[in-house]
Every structure is written in C-alpha cells, then in structure tokens.
Design a protein around this ligand. Structure first.
Ligand code: XLS
Ligand code: NI
Ligand code: NI
Length: 442
C-alpha cells in the first residue's frame, strides 16, 4: 500500500486572517511573519507542541479507556507505528505553524522488554525525527525522560529507596540527553513526577532529597562530558501523581538547588496548571523565577478553577496571560525557552480538527497577550505607579536602609526625634484593576 501523503487531508496550513476573520481554522492574532522590534512573531513566541498530549493522548481518564482513535495508529510493529505517528506529528507542526516540539523518550519511541531494546527503539526514532526536522525546519525545544509511567518507578526514580531503580533511571536519562543533543534540543527538562512521597511512615525525606540532588549532579556532569549545551530546566509541581513532590513550586525549587550547589546549572520550566495547584498564580511563579534570573521556559496550559488536579487545558484566558506576559517581557523574555502547549484535548474532542482548534486558541490568546503586555509596558502606567509606591527607599533614610547603612538604633532615633507616625497611603488596587481592563477591553 502506498504511504498516504497527508494525514490531515481536510486541513490546510493555518493562515493569519486578522481579528475580523470568522474562519475558525485561521489565526486572528498570531501572525508568524509579523515583525515586532526587528523579530518575527514566530521568533518572539517560540510556540511548541507537546508530543505526549497531541500525539499520544487518547482521552482516557481513571474511569474509562481512550476515546480518541487516530487513523495513522497502524503498522506491523510498535516502531513502525511510531514512525508513521511521527510523520503525522510533523505534518501537524507545519500546518499549525509551530516552530518547535517537545517529547518524552517513551512517547516518541516504544519501551522495549529490556533497556537495550528500548535504547535501540529510541535510536531508530531519533534518526527518523532528525530527517523530519531537516525536511521541515521544525526544531526541538526540549527533550525529557518519562520516569513515572513504568511500574519500576512506582516509588520514584532517583528518590526510589532501591538503588537499582536509581541506576536504571540514570541509564534512561543518559540516553534521553543523548537523544536531545542529537536532535539539537535547546533545553532538557526534569519533571519529578514521582520524586516525592505518599506517606512519611515509609520515607526518609532527607535521604530522598540527597539522592535527587546526586542524580541532578550526575546529569550535569554527563551533559558536560558530551558537550551538551542545552539549558537544564526543573519543572515544579506540588503533587500528582505523588501526594507531595519535592519540587513543590519555584521557591522550594530554588531553595533545593541552592542547598545542593546546583543553582548555576538550572532554570525553571513553569507550568500554569502546576502554579495553581501549588496555590499560586501563574504570574507569581514567573516573578519568583525571574527575581533570581532563573526563568527558563513555559508549559502553556490551564487548570479548571473547580477541579484540584492537572487538567492540562488549553489556555484562552487573555487576562491571566497578559499579566504573565508583562512579567516575562520585563524579565527579558525566555531566552532558549518557549511556550510549549502541555495541554490536551477534552475526552469528547475526538476529531483531528480539534487539535487545530485547541492550538489555534492557545496561540492566539498568547499572541494577543504578548501585544497587550507590550502596550502596558510601553505606557509605563503600572511601572510608574509601583516605582512611586517605593520611592521613599530612593532617597534619604530610605536609601540608607536599602543600602545597608541604617541600623536599629539609628532608625529608632529617627522615629523618636523626627519622623513620628507614618501617614497611610492607599494601595489603589481597584483603580489598578480598572486600568488593566482598559487595556483588555478598551
Ligand atoms: C506533568 C508534567 C509533564 C512534564 C514533562 O504534569 O507537566 O508533562 O511537562 O514531563
Ligand atoms: Ni509540563
Ligand atoms: Ni503538568
């Protein structure tokens, strides 16, 4: 049988048609070739498709099997199916105009009966990916290893109480870094899915954290030894599948990295839904990372306000994204990172076309947020409000405090002899919220 030349016969490459367009399969805000400050929107946004959701997602949930059946999921063996699936994926990346993709080792290539077989499968698929990248120009934003699905990792990978599992995970990550390097990946992500615990009754928390740190040091050493230049990223998440994950949020991630002397080698991959699970806003996590120059990349998705788990939805909340984009742009952008749609179709969204609607919505919402954030920053109204709010630290005794010249005695004397009682000043939150709405809604 002849190989099909297209896996999405009904869909053409998605075009930018502008905000007035009524075409559901067109961009209204994301124009990949539009120039902004000498760079195209494609270069600014660095959108990426998450292989696991877009091409391995079946719509399954804890109550039922998959609902999504793709026509290309056929072949004589698992590796041939993986190759055809990848052909479909690259056709999708091109048609949706995403310049990047991301993967886990085990979602691009099937796991074999032994590690050697798994490595062989991965090598075959990496070769295929390399030729597709060359043919299409699509690039790898980051690679990672799946250290959470196989039962061997049920009690963690590097934090497993069994050193044998630690060794296996090390071997797997070695190959995943090799694959990422081979494919020119610009980053490599560590998400500690099962690096946490279910109960402290059977857990030595200190030892597990020591082992996680040892593992990350080994990864840093290995990357150096093979000349892998990609940025290492930690992706925090507070829980799920574990009850408590060690990389709980960005702040605890920073403390962990500094405790173990790893802070030079890592930045953060911040996922919206993980931020909200940790009880933070998306923007909060970005600000915490940016405050330490550790903002790396974004896993672009959203949770459901009413559900307490990682629903991984496409984010169309322009207000939330505009706030996030102002913090990202003020931090100088994402560098080698990008916006990776770590988001999946809902269980009843079973048409291949739904993949397009989902990504178009996410890309348009981000592109609009980018433009709104640029206007907000250029106008400088919020910035000057905030600068003015802290102005008392810019001169006089406030400057002495900020520069470490004051002490408790000098400040006591100042209050007793000169300053007296401070005059309260309004924080003006409602005024600022209204001001934000003038950008969002005119
Ligand atoms: C799961 C994570 C995962 C990482 C990559 O919640 O978001 O998909 O992004 O391992
Ligand atoms: Ni993620
Ligand atoms: Ni997630």
């Amino acid at each position: 049988m002849k190989k099909p030349t297209t896996h999405f016969p009904k869909i053409k490459s998605i075009a930018y048609e502008g905000p007035g367009s009524a075409n559901a399969l067109a961009f209204r805000h994301y124009n990949p070739v539009e120039l902004v400050d000498g760079k195209t929107m494609e270069q600014h946004m660095r959108f990426s498709v998450a292989y696991w959701h877009a091409f391995r997602g079946t719509g399954s949930d804890p109550f039922g099997l998959g609902t999504i059946v793709r026509p290309w999921e056929k072949g004589k063996d698992a590796v041939s199916v993986a190759k055809v699936r990848m052909d479909a994926a690259f056709e999708f990346f091109q048609k949706i105009r995403a310049p990047f993709y991301c993967f886990h080792d085990r979602d691009i290539a099937p796991e074999g009966a032994t590690l050697a077989q798994s490595n062989k499968n991965l090598a075959a698929i990496v070769a295929h990916a390399k030729s597709l990248q060359k043919a299409t120009g699509v690039k790898l934003l980051w690679g990672t290893a799946n250290l959470f699905s196989n039962p061997r990792y049920m009690c963690g990978a590097s934090t497993n109480p069994d050193a044998h599992v630690f060794a296996y995970a090390a071997a797997q990550v070695k190959s995943a870094i090799d694959a990422t390097k081979e494919l020119g990946g610009e980053n490599y992500v560590f998400w500690g899915g099962r690096e946490g615990y279910e109960t402290l009754l059977n857990t030595n928390l200190k030892r597990e954290q020591d082992h996680l740190a040892a593992f990350l040091h080994l990864a840093v050493d290995y990357a150096k030894s093979i000349g892998f230049k990609g940025q290492f990223l930690i992706e925090p998440k507070p829980k799920e599948p574990t009850k408590h994950q060690y990389d709980f949020d960005v702040a605890s991630g920073i403390a962990f990295l500094r405790t173990y002397g790893l802070e030079k080698y890592f930045k953060f991959n911040i996922e919206t839904n993980h931020a909200t699970l940790a009880g933070h806003t998306f923007q909060h996590e970005i600000e915490v990372a940016a405050s330490q120059h550790m903002l790396g990349s974004i896993d672009a998705n959203a949770g459901d306000e009413l559900l307490g788990w990682d629903t991984d939805q496409f984010n169309t909340n322009v207000k939330e994204l505009t706030l996030a984009m102002t913090s990202i742009l003020k931090a100088g952008g994402l560098g080698t990172g990008g916006f990776n749609f770590d988001a999946k179709l809902r269980r009843p969204s079973i048409d291949p076309e739904d993949l397009f609607h989902a990504h178009i919505g996410g890309m348009d919402a981000y592109a609009l947020a980018f433009k709104l954030a640029r206007r907000i920053i250029a106008d400088g109204k919020f910035d000057s409000f905030v600068a003015d709010r802290y102005a008392s630290f810019d001169t006089g005794f406030g400057q002495d405090i900020a520069s470490g010249k004051a002490n408790f005695k000098s400040l006591e004397k100042l209050v007793l002899t000169k300053l007296g009682e401070p005059t309260p000043r309004s924080g003006k939150q409602e005024y600022l919220e209204n001001l934000l709405n003038t950008y969002l809604h005119g």
